[in-house]
Design a binder for this molecule. Structure first.
Ligand code: TA6
Length: 313
């Protein structure tokens, strides 16, 4: 599988011959992004351990979105509009952006790639707006993974457009019943399992014992996912994305999702940096930026309780 080397990334052939980008920071620290969907499918730490969940039943064949990794939901989150669920960005072929506008690099030496998506003729029939969606995927020297999206309205007809957005990240966890999410306590959320009715979260960390599908509103910019068994904490930092979606289909719903293994819900959790409650409107020439930074840190448990203050500082 010959890879085409570039100073900061390698272009290679992935599953079903789909083009993918490989970012390397060291022998084991790596990340992979498919041009199909601009989709991060792998993020590995210094021990070569996979940090993202990717379904063993994932279908790498357009137009089916890839199940797992980090799907991009744009220009519509879920069924909040007339388009297909989660919009079309995740099942379009993206390109490597040869001349991206400058953006600070987070890692030195640089391991990053710039991708770009523009609407197809077909897209313009269903969503009649011209845009440039640029995304930089950056793998940092400490293994942190940063996705920076810049969406520009390039309509020539003076029309603004409005969209919702999410980085639909699937984290790999050892045992969902042993996982806690810190940083969303006491927040209001819309419950997708109850017609998006609005509720307020209880005061303690979120734990998991059944299906969950909640949109937390106006969250802090940092959220922690504590994997007790792996003594690992994922820290999610986000900018320009006010909300966070937490999803686990649990056993029954899993059986209705063909490209998800029946037992896989035990080893995955979606915590998605999102802009849902207040859709983003851009006039022609305007640009929105949404940044997601993921890091995985060893967590020193005492009594299974990790001091959220330390993590979320
Ligand atoms: O982000 C949560 C959610 O909207 C759930 O409602 C569930 O449908 C999930 O996304 C997966 O959606 P998908 O279209 O990828 O099957």
């Amino acid at each position: 599988m010959a890879a085409t080397e570039h100073p900061s990334f390698a272009l290679a052939k992935g599953i079903n011959g789909l083009d993918k980008i490989v970012l390397r920071q060291s022998r084991y620290r790596s990340a992979e992004v498919y041009l199909y969907g601009g989709h991060v499918t792998s993020w590995k730490n210094e021990n070569g351990e996979e940090l993202l969940y990717l379904s063993s039943k994932a279908i790498f064949k357009p137009p089916k979105p890839i199940r797992g990794g980090i799907p991009l939901c744009f220009p519509q989150f879920s069924n909040l509009g007339t388009l297909e669920s989660h919009g079309f960005a995740r099942n379009r072929i993206w390109e490597v952006d040869a001349s991206p506008p400058p953006l600070p690099t987070y890692s030195s030496p640089n391991a990053f790639v710039d991708l770009i998506l523009r609407p197809t003729e077909d897209d313009l029939k269903t969503w009649p707006h011209n845009f440039e969606f640029r995304m930089r995927v950056d793998l940092g020297s400490e293994g942190e993974l940063t996705l920076t999206s810049r969406i520009r309205n390039t309509n020539a007809d003076g029309k603004p457009f409005t969209f919702t957005f999410a980085y639909h990240t699937y984290f790999s966890v050892s045992d969902i019943s042993e996982v806690r999410v810190e940083g969303l306590e006491t927040l209001d959320y819309l419950d997708n399992l109850k017609n998006r009715e609005r509720f307020t979260e209880q005061g303690d960390a979120i734990t998991f014992e059944s299906e969950i599908d909640k949109i937390y509103l106006s969250t802090p910019t940092k959220i922690a996912i504590l994997d007790h068994e792996k003594k690992r904490t994922f820290v999610v930092r986000k900018d320009g994305l006010a909300d966070a979606v937490v999803w686990n289909p649990w056993d029954k719903k899993s059986k209705s999702i063909s490209d998800l293994g029946d037992e896989d819900y035990k080893h995955m959790l979606c915590v998605e940096a999102a802009a849902v409650e207040r859709p983003i409107t851009l006039k022609p020439g305007e640009e929105w930026k949404g940044r997601l930074e993921l890091s995985a840190v060893p967590s020193s448990y005492s009594s299974g309780q990790l001091d959220p203050k330390k993590v979320l500082q």
